[in-house]
Design a protein around this ligand. Structure first.
Ligand code: PAF
Length: 287
């Protein structure tokens, strides 16, 4: 496995790679969720490029960029174990040189859900993902369903800007007790870690209700909210039942939808989601 930093090093290494090339964009501090993307890419592509870059422009000023967990040596060992061929670890000055002023803005999709409380977040994500795509020139790109809105935004950007890239969205990977894997989980103390299971527990309650015949979007949102309210250490920021592609809130009886939520446990903001489909029931949360 080769590691590169600058754009010219990346271009030289990329030119040697057999195609199709799959990209696995990450901010490092890898867990099983990231590795599941790398393994899927390994299975489906002739070459796999992972990127590790803690992207400053997707953090708001009040979000602590410097506190974001980092462990490059461990990450590189894990990526090598997952069969990655090339890792691009650009530094902020490579991605955002002085006088940088060009942004990718996906409009309506980024005003809701995560974007409502983090107004510049997806501008940072879309811009850096475009730069990662431009540098690596992959045929496939692997993202996790955990960040459901990010996956929808990236798919929109790929279509709108005509990137010849297939976006592959991979299932959420969960801890044994249901907590969705996230680098942010390391911020939780033991009590908070226990309380954090409320996200998957509440989605599971909605899933069971859906299987039992509950189809009303408000009722499904209320089931999630009620379970979260039962956990004293958790504060619900939002619960959404939205169209999976437009991300607009749904009303009345639904057959398909994206149930997504953000919850604060202490100072840590956690997200989780569940795709409800009338044909096969639901995805993402184990029964
Ligand atoms: O999902 C992430 O880790 C980041 O948002 C991404 C896609 C690597 C862009 O910085």
């Amino acid at each position: 496995m080769k590691t590169v930093n600058t754009i010219s090093e990346l271009r030289a290494a990329r030119a040697e790679l057999p195609e199709p090339v799959g990209i696995v964009p990450t901010m490092g501090f890898l867990h099983e969720g990231h590795l599941s993307l790398a393994r899927r890419a390994r299975h489906e592509c002739a070459s796999v490029v992972a990127t590790i870059f803690v992207n400053p422009t997707q953090f708001a000023p009040e979000e602590d960029l410097d506190a974001y967990p980092r462990d490059l040596d461990r990450d590189l060992a894990l990526l090598e174990g997952a069969g990655v061929d090339l890792v691009w670890t650009p530094t902020p000055d490579v991605m955002y040189p002085p006088n940088f002023q060009t942004w990718v803005i996906v409009e309506d999709l980024t005003r809701v859900l995560e974007g409502a409380s983090r107004p510049t977040h997806f501008r940072g994500v879309a811009t850096v993902v475009a730069m990662l795509f431009n540098g690596v020139q992959p045929q496939r790109a692997y993202f996790g369903q955990k960040d459901a809105q990010q996956a929808v935004v990236v798919q929109r950007m790929v279509q709108d800007l005509n990137y010849p890239i297939e976006v592959v969205v991979c299932p959420i990977v969960r801890e044994a007790d249901g907590l969705a894997m996230s680098s942010r989980n390391t911020y939780l103390n033991p009590d908070q870690r226990q309380a954090a299971t409320v996200l998957s527990r509440s989605l599971k309650a909605a899933k069971l209700a859906f299987h039992a015949g509950e189809r009303d979007a408000d009722a499904l949102r209320a089931i999630v909210a009620e379970v979260v309210a039962s956990e004293p250490l958790a504060q619900l920021e939002y619960i959404s039942c939205a169209h999976p592609e437009t991300l607009q809130e749904l009303d009345g009886s639904i057959e398909n939808g994206l149930l997504s939520m953000a919850v604060r446990v202490g100072r840590t903001r956690l997200i989780d989601n569940l795709v409800i489909t009338g044909d096969s029931g639901t995805r993402n949360v184990k029964t």
